[in-house]
Design a protein around this ligand. Structure first.
Ligand SMILES: [Zn+2]
Length: 387
């Protein structure tokens, strides 16, 4: 059955189409254009969203949990309720993110998450409105003691190809991202091997120098994790990792644009540095997202949440940010328009994750993952695989 969506604007997001008509069938987008140039197919059910904006569904490449559930512990049913919560904030694809823990605990989490990822092709047609996990993000254990944030020091690991392979096997190859600190000894071998297996190696939780980042890029690293947070501060004589992330066009980079992890002016500075092609929005959200104040789980930690702040032993421990709010914050903090802001949560993360073409765009042949927004970026409705 065909479904036709009409609205006042559509963001592909590289192009904008006024008075658009979008037709989807069997989970795919089959037609996109302006209503002036195309007829609504006679056999289509029409959903009209007057004054609304159609955009690709949001993609979160760094998220630990939400709706009370932590991705490292959630059962299959708990993951489902988390994924419904994500869809309500416009997220149609996500990359569940582990934190540093005893290796056995990470292995168990990876096996469970791999199973969830493997069921995505079958569930795409069930009509269940849930965000889809597309791959795992390993945040740690190969990160720096100096910039570990709340990752437990006793479980950090030195780069080790055998340990990496055990993580890879536990995840049955479903690893899409790995955050690595490039100053750790022999990290270049780990970065090269992970990149060879198709993992996007993201630099972060790091105290590295500019030269160490150069080596990591040569080995295959191509992204940076929550820029500014858990990174050596910028020094004008030794630019370090942050100088490289901001200035080097070979790196894409993400930020937590909640106004707490970074001052709004720094979000604006980051966006000037990385520009519309290379900046990515992440939530870094934890299980507390969508809940109220209280104590919540993040991996093996017990995190205190008050208002928008999540803290563990006085350090920021993830966020309660949702990606739709991050998009609105980019508009508010940096004066970007909706199209530019939407791109940072759709096309750009899709490219970094290697799923562009299928996800993160509105185009004929792409998956029918759509978010319907107000002109200010509030979510009205979400479609995942046309449902
Ligand atoms: Zn982190």
């Amino acid at each position: 059955m065909k479904t036709a969506l009409t609205a006042s604007l559509l963001l592909t997001p590289l192009e904008q189409i006024l008075q658009p008509l979008l037709v989807m069938e069997d989970g795919r987008i089959v037609q996109v254009g302006s209503r002036a140039e195309a007829e609504v197919p006679a056999d289509a059910r029409v959903l009209d969203f007057p004054d609304a904006v159609l955009a690709p569904g949001f993609i979160d490449i760094h998220i630990h949990g939400g709706a009370g559930h932590d991705v490292m512990h959630a059962s299959a049913t708990e993951l489902e309720s988390f994924e419904r919560f994500l869809a309500a904030s416009g997220v149609t694809s996500y990359f569940p993110t582990t934190i540093t823990a005893p290796l056995d605990a990470i292995f168990v989490a990876l096996e469970r998450l791999a199973s969830a990822i493997e069921t995505v092709p079958q569930r795409a047609r069930t009509g269940d409105l849930r965000a889809q996990p597309l791959g795992i993000h390993l945040e740690g254990p190969f990160i720096s003691h100096a910039k570990r944030g709340v990752h437990p020091a006793e479980h950090l690991q030195a780069p080790d190809l055998q340990v990496f392979d055990r993580l890879w096997q536990a995840a049955r190859g479903q690893v899409s991202f790995m955050t690595v600190a490039p100053e750790l000894p022999k990290s270049e071998y780990l970065i090269a091997e992970a990149s060879r297996r198709g993992v996007c190696v993201s630099l972060g939780h790091s105290d590295s120098t500019l030269a160490q980042v150069e080596t990591a890029i040569a080995a295959g690293a191509r992204h940076a994790t929550h820029t500014f947070n858990a990174m050596r501060a910028l020094d004008h004589r030794e630019p370090g990792i942050l100088g490289a992330v901001l200035a080097d066009d070979r790196l894409t980079a993400d930020v937590i644009a909640d106004g707490i992890h970074l001052h709004p002016e720094i979000v604006s500075l980051f966006l000037r540095a990385k520009g519309p092609d290379r900046a990515v929005l992440i939530s870094d959200a934890i299980s507390a997202s969508g809940m109220g104040d209280g104590r919540y789980r993040l991996g093996g930690l017990d995190v205190e949440v008050r208002g928008q702040r999540c803290e563990y032993e006085g350090r920021l421990a993830g966020s309660v940010l949702t990606l739709d709010r991050a998009v609105r914050n980019v508009i508010e903090f940096a004066g970007w328009d909706l199209r530019g802001a939407v791109r940072l949560a759709t096309l750009n993360p899709a490219r970094v994750a290697g799923v562009a073409g299928r996800k993160g765009v509105i185009a004929s042949g792409a998956d029918a993952d759509i978010v319907v927004l107000t002109s200010r970026g509030e979510v009205i409705r979400t479609f995942v695989g046309g449902a």
